[in-house]
Design a protein around this ligand. Structure first.
Ligand code: SAH
Length: 219
């Protein structure tokens, strides 16, 4: 609203407004409901006010990484749920843990890998503080996935690469879906890969997006 002054309002106000905005843009109702509950401002780095924490923008989370804009978090979540069961989901790129927390509200068990130790530690502490006990995080390399917990009903990768890592596809259950930004910088798009049977994968292409790169080796 032009000239609207919202300073001094509660996190709940901003969160509800963000969730309504996502619903208006066509995002799945269950995803909007969960995003209307997860306190995004708790995941944003210090220095951002509530208005910014709930705006549809990416935010820096330190270590040269970013938390995706709410619309992209919502879109990836709905693409994942459209195509897979909700029992066991792997996220690659925990970052600050915001997308992890959204998945935790939608899926039974969430496993999340992060290559930067400092981010993995702080996300783990934050997710625990929020009481999200069905979330398991690990300082580990997403290119290798999490074989001990595989196969997964869904895999969501929150960093971009030229191709989908083969190890991740090998850990996707029949009937499951992987969602990931794929392509060179400036030309990334959200890809879905559905495993129809042991040998058949079906690829779908969706929104143009901008993500940080999926990087090799731990930090
Ligand atoms: N889902 C995150 C987005 C973080 S940005 C959030 O909501 O905040 C992408 C993250 O992927 C970064 O934290 C980056 O360190 C991590 N990443 C990049 N390459 C990785 C890899 N090979 N394995 C695990 N994590 C990786």
């Amino acid at each position: 609203m032009a000239g609207e002054t919202t300073r001094g309002l509660t996190p709940e106000f901003y969160r509800a407004r963000m969730a309504r905005g996502l619903r208006t843009r066509g995002i799945d109702a269950a995803v909007c409901e969960v995003m209307g509950r997860v306190p995004r401002h708790v995941f944003a780095a210090a220095g951002w006010d509530l208005e910014q924490a709930y705006a549809d923008i990416t935010l820096p989370i330190g270590h040269g990484q970013t938390i995706s804009q709410p619309y992209v978090v919502a879109r990836m979540s709905e693409l994942l749920l459209e195509g897979s069961d909700r029992r066991s989901v792997l996220e690659v790129g925990t970052g600050c843990g915001y997308q992890t927390a959204v998945l935790a509200g939608l899926c039974e068990r969430v496993y999340s890998l992060e290559r930067i130790a400092a981010l993995a530690d702080s996300a783990r502490a934050r997710l625990r503080e929020l009481g999200l006990l069905r979330v398991h995080t690990k300082h580990g390399d997403g290119f290798a996935g999490w074989p001990q917990q595989a196969p997964f009903d869904g895999i969501l990768v929150t960093a971009a690469a030229a191709q989908v890592p083969p190890e991740l596809l090998a850990q996707l259950r029949v009937g499951g879906r992987l969602v990931m930004p794929v392509g060179p910088p400036g030309h990334q798009e959200l890809l879905t890969v559905d495993r129809q049977d042991a040998d058949t994968l079906r690829v779908g292409r969706f929104d143009a997006v901008t993500f940080v790169p999926l990087l090799p080796e731990l930090d």
